[in-house]
Design a protein around this ligand. Sequence first.
Ligand code: NAG
Ligand code: NAG
Length: 469
Amino acid sequence: MEGRSSNIICSLIIAFLFLSFRSSYSHSSSSELQILTAERRIDLASHIIRVVLTLKVQNDGASAASNVLLAFPPAQVKHLALIQAAEHTGKKRKKTVHPLDVKPSDHADGPNGAKFFSVSLRNPLSTGASVSIEVSYILTQSLEPFPVEISQSEPQLVLYRDSALILSPYTIKQQTTVIRTPSTKVESFTRVEPSSQLRTELKYGPYEDQPSYAYTPILLHFENNNPFAVVEELVREIEISHWGNLQVTEHYTLVHNGARHKGGFSRVEYQSRPTISGVSSFKHLVAKLPPRVHSVYYRDNIGNISTSHLRTSYSKSELEIEPRYPLLGGWKATFVIGYGLPLQDVLFESDDGKRYLNFSFGCPIAETVVNKIINKVILPEGSKNPHAVVPFSVERSAETKYTYLDIVGRPVVVLEKENIVPEHNSLFQVYYDFHPMFMLAEPMMLISVFFFLFVAALAYIHMDISIRK
Ligand SMILES: *[C@@H]1O[C@H](CO)[C@@H](O)[C@H](O)[C@H]1NC(C)=O
Ligand SMILES: *[C@@H]1O[C@H](CO)[C@@H](O)[C@H](O)[C@H]1NC(C)=O
């Protein structure tokens, strides 16, 4: 009797193992998907490259598919700042967009080191069904100045490398790629027939029936005089004072990351012929700040710079900053921007009685790449259990800051991230517990200090300290 039941259990286990092995096998085999149509639009108008990929994916396999893989050459993955995907349902007029989850895939690398990202579909794609997804991604530092050095009177030319065919682990029935350049000044581009140039657009394709992992390198050489504004490091100190103010101090190390400037610099020529002299340089930058900023300042290591202009309106404030000298290729400027905000605009109370800061994460300067950002949120003394909610992955750590009158110090939440683009300027929250009694700590300390001084003074007056025999 016992022998029989254990036999049954054994065969059940074997059947279960077999089934789970089969299902994991069918999950990992992805070649049963096919891309019916693919359209890629690459925007090279700025130094931040934005790509939109529209795919119509069909499941030709025998089982339902829950993920779609995206492949990238290893050189692009290094410069990938952001990747997002969405599913599109409905026809043109009544289109609805459902955001989808995209994660780096733990799939082994593909041919030539191709790296994968996995898009999770909303509903498993059944056999024979198809789905339209739109993937958008952003590449930084992928335009290579060529020539590497230019003089003040030369325009800036850059190289861009990619593939005429879309890299994919699936076969693609029909595809086209459209590349937008900043102007019609294109020195050269690799031709892969059919390919054409129409004003500021280069069109590659349509190409039919391409096998998986098809790749045809292309090289574009074109003029791009946009300011290649890169902040090597941005440290933002965001200090909450429960006395009603949020103080923000931002420390910048800004560099012009385009073609290096060579030869002398003539300010006279720069000012008298601005359309041809130093065309790729930048004289001023615009920082978008929250609407009700006050006490705005902008200084470098010499002192306050008064040539900044602040325009405030109901919905936003714009600070136009002008470094002491125009930035040419390879030149650097370090400066600090500071401002205050009314606390009620950014600090709220959650349903469970916690307080939380709701503030922007990224760099407020337009079209700027930040190599490394460090956001430090300095909480009031006595705050407990700080916890940050950020819409993307960041490196988290904690510090304690002491200012005058602090006894136990202020908890500091440190959030670091590399390769930041303007699209990262979303809101993040820092939740914490705070007992209102701590509001009284500083006044109490002041009162006790004065009281002590008062007692000391009294004692001094009443004390006889003359030396007598
Ligand atoms: C710079 O400007 C700020 C704000 O206007 C002011 O508080 C500070 O004293 C100024 N510093 C110098 C060195 O002028
Ligand atoms: C943060 O503020 C934005 C608007 O400024 C608001 O839409 C959002 O809901 C706030 N987030 C939280 C968690 O309160």
